[in-house]
Write a protein that binds this ligand. Structure first.
Ligand code: NAP
Ligand code: ZN
Ligand code: ZN
Length: 351
């Protein structure tokens, strides 16, 4: 099906209107008209080839919520008219050890990411993401959005939500623990809401003085201006867990030393340049430095259901697709409250 979209044609040009072909739904596929798509900082990294590996044209977008417009013969979970969501993956091998353990993001043969990934369904082509009018995916990778959640504000759960939920769960964040969230952007503000809902005492580390009031409103118990050495020092050796969502180069050691004995810092932000770890910051206190990548499909549904029960969505700025380049510039300046979401109905105006 001919599909309208917005694409980056190279690393330096703005995103512009683009047309391409989506496959017709196969027996296990769900076809979705996209209503809303969140704007992740990963979209900027990839559209601008900051991680070196972008194939152009590139249609970003992996926080997708929409309405089902067609289903294949064998589809059981969805019918036409249902609300459905797609996150960062649309397929995986489903046979390897990691897939069998519901960790498709670590598929040994390589998960098919929602955009900029080789498309196994049509060899030789790459996947195109959610800055488009519709998408087709196997029902095994399509999720259900709890009915009580606002659809536009739920879209960012599909990446920012699961990327923060998964490590918080894996490292068993619980009531009574002191948890740090570094960077109050799309991921960070979801981290605050989720860690708070899990019962933790939450401290936000930010470089933006104008975000203090918002951090408290979002549920933080305390906000630390990370550029102030004095403020940082007060928290030495005190955290059970820290989640670092920062998208640019920064000093990781300044946070590692804030962990208690055996505490863990999990890196989810992906700065284009390497971060350097001082061994001292790890060995004194047997501290752990780890990383985490999105979450599996089963856990993504668990996260959505958790958000439904706790009434958690993202704080969003809804934009038409025509403002996407402005949104990218603002994201890079740490100026978003706290996730841009594209109202995909706006695409019709340029199609
Ligand atoms: P975002 O909305 O731009 O938030 C990033 C935040 O990091 C900013 O708001 C800012 O918070 C802080 N920050 C930015 N530059 C900084 C600097 N130079 N020094 C210190 N702090 C800085 O981005 P996002 O969408 O949340 O994504 C964050 C990162 O996670 C990106 O690198 C993205 O690619 C990555 N990501 C990873 C996964 C995964 O699976 N691991 C999934 C999704 C995204 P303050 O203003 O509060 O300082
Ligand atoms: Zn993302
Ligand atoms: Zn696999």
């Amino acid at each position: 099906m001919n599909t309208h979209a917005y694409a980056a044609q190279n690393a330096t040009s703005p995103l512009t209107p683009f047309h391409f072909e989506r496959r017709n739904p196969g027996p296990h596929d769900v076809q979705i008209q996209i209503l809303f798509c969140g704007v992740c900082h990963t979209d900027v990294h990839i559209a601008r080839n900051e991680w070196h590996g972008t194939t152009y044209p590139c249609v970003p977008g992996h926080e997708i919520v929409g309405r089902v417009t067609g289903v294949g013969l064998h589809v059981k979970k969805f019918k036409e008219g249902d609300i459905a969501a797609i996150g960062c993956m649309v397929d995986s091998c489903r046979e390897c050890e990691n897939c069998k353990e519901d960790l498709e993001q670590f598929c040994e043969k390589g998960a098919t990411f929602t955009y900029n990934a080789p498309d196994k369904q049509s060899p030789g082509s790459i996947t195109y993401g959610g800055y488009s009018e519709s998408i087709v995916a196997d029902e095994a990778f399509v999720l259900k959005v709890p009915a009580n959640l606002d659809l536009a504000a739920a879209a960012p759960l599909l990446c920012a939500g699961i990327t923060t939920y998964s490590p918080l769960r894996h490292f068993k964040v619980a009531k009574g623990q002191k948890v740090g969230i570094v960077g109050l952007g799309g991921l960070g503000h979801m981290g605050v809401k989720l860690a708070k809902a899990m019962g933790a005492r939450v401290v936000v580390f930010s470089t933006s003085p104008n975000k203090v009031q918002d951090a408290l409103r979002l549920g933080a118990d305390e906000v630390v201006m990370s550029k102030s050495e004095d403020e940082m020092k007060k928290h030495l050796n005190s955290f059970h867990f820290i989640l670092d969502t920062v998208s640019a180069k920064h000093d990781i050691n300044a946070y590692l030393v804030l962990l208690k004995r055996d505490g863990t810092l999990t890196q989810v932000g992906v700065p284009p340049e390497p971060l350097s770890v001082q061994v001292d910051s790890l060995i004194f206190g047997r501290r752990n430095f780890s990383g985490s990548l999105i979450g599996g499909i089963k856990e993504t549904q668990e996260m959505l259901d958790f958000c439904g029960r706790h009434n958690i969505t993202s704080d969003i700025e809804l934009i038409p697709i025509q403002k996407i380049n402005e949104a990218y510039s603002r994201l890079v300046k740490n100026d978003v409250k706290y996730r841009f979401v594209i109202d995909m109905g706006s695409l019709k105006k340029t199609s």
